[in-house]
Design a protein around this ligand. Structure first.
Ligand code: PMP
Length: 367
């Protein structure tokens, strides 16, 4: 049996997807070539691309006035490309800071515009098990939007801090832009609440190398003249993500993941499984003084579960013991320390059961 992989990203992929990619590596469906070796303009790749787009649109229940774009550069590149594509004649945008990634987005945007922090939870940020102030999301009524922002940016799932938005504010005419890298496709989403949603693929979508941008069509004409053509959403949309050579193999893998998701019953079915996994893990953490999670229960991420051992001198023991049981990559992000279990779609309930069994046994051994 393969070990269970709790990595934050690049992260676990469904075994069936890896197996199919292995089976098709040398000869994709009788063509005599690997997908890696095909022209992106070939009929074969065109069918892979179109099928992936159609399956993704179906999974997302994509409204007709939104476009799906496959780009490169990851979510960090989008942090610059969002202002470059959306500022138009405006000079300011608003950012809500709820953790490491939204902070990075705000900092990057400030190279291109007045990136105003409309709200932040940074005052309650904590980095140690001794400080138990709760980490949450500022109430929408406390968001101080600027006079005429080009957009409001949020990170709907903070991969490092474990904070997830389950409610989205109604901002009226102001487009809401979401970095949803680490929970896209983990549950159904009401796309109409957003102007733009973006994310790197290396969590729930597939492998690193392709970035998904979901953009409302009326926002495609706001790019600044200095926006690089290969990253101008309007240009990319006009060429159906083929303005330049797209990351073909990463799109192929994403397509296999979309088929796998459809076989699982789609996003509502995967959400039910994700809820069960997350509840089991948070209940185990809360049931013992040995483990601590510092996020307000209402906004605890279902994808990334950070936790501390109350006695941090046991961290190395905990990780070594976990590895010996086939539980991989549980070390927390270096900036916050502790542990983190990322329990994306491809991490089965059996993995979370094995993890909580290990956590309980470890706590008992060291109580
Ligand atoms: N935003 C979020 C929420 C992330 O989790 C990550 C990667 N862990 C990034 C941005 C950065 O993405 P990339 O490395 O694909 O640029």
């Amino acid at each position: 049996m393969r070990p269970f992989n709790f990595a934050a990203g690049p992260a676990a992929l469904p075994v069936e997807v890896l197996q199919q990619a292995a089976d098709e590596m040398l000869d994709w469906q009788g063509t005599g070539t690997s997908v890696m070796e095909m022209s992106h303009r070939s009929r074969e790749f065109e069918s892979i691309h179109q099928t992936a787009l159609a399956d993704l649109a179906e999974l997302l229940m994509l409204p007709a006035n939104y476009r799906l774009l496959f780009l490169q550069g990851g979510a960090l590149a989008e942090n610059a490309l969002v202002p470059l594509n959306l500022l138009g004649a405006r000079t300011a945008a608003d950012y809500v800071v709820t953790g490491t990634w939204s902070r990075k987005s705000q900092l990057e945007a400030s190279r291109y515009c007045a990136a105003h922090i409309a709200a932040t939870n940074e005052t309650s940020r904590l980095n140690s098990p001794q400080n138990r102030a709760r980490l949450g999301i500022p109430a929408f009524t406390d968001w101080h939007l600027s006079a005429d922002p080009a957009y409001v940016h949020i990170c709907t799932n903070e991969t490092v801090n474990g904070v997830e938005f389950f409610e989205i504010p109604d901002l009226g005419e102001v487009p809401l832009v979401a970095d949803a890298s680490s929970h896209l496709l983990s549950r159904p989403l009401d796309i109409t609440q957003y102007g733009v949603i973006y994310g790197g693929a290396q969590k729930n979508i597939g492998m690193a190398g392709v970035t998904l941008v979901i953009v409302r069509e009326d926002l495609l004409d706001r790019a600044l003249p200095i926006c690089p053509s290969a990253f101008e959403w309007k240009t990319v949309a006009a060429h159906n993500s083929m303005y330049n050579t797209p990351p073909t193999y990463a799109i192929y893998i994403a397509g296999l993941v979309f088929k796998w998701l459809k076989r699982q019953g789609g996003l509502a079915a995967i959400e039910a499984r994700n809820i069960e996994k997350a509840q089991l893990l948070y209940q185990t953490i809360d049931a013992s003084d040995f483990y601590i999670n510092w996020v307000e229960p209402a906004v605890r991420s279902r994808m990334n579960v950070p936790f501390y051992l109350a006695d941090e001198t046991r961290n190395d023991d905990f990780l070594a013991g976990a590895r010996a049981c086939g539980l991989l990559h549980l070390k927390g992000h270096a900036s916050v320390g502790g542990m983190r279990a990322s329990i994306y779609n491809a991490v089965p309930l059996a993995a979370v059961r094995a993890l909580v069994d290990y956590m309980q046994a470890f706590a008992q051994r060291h109580a």
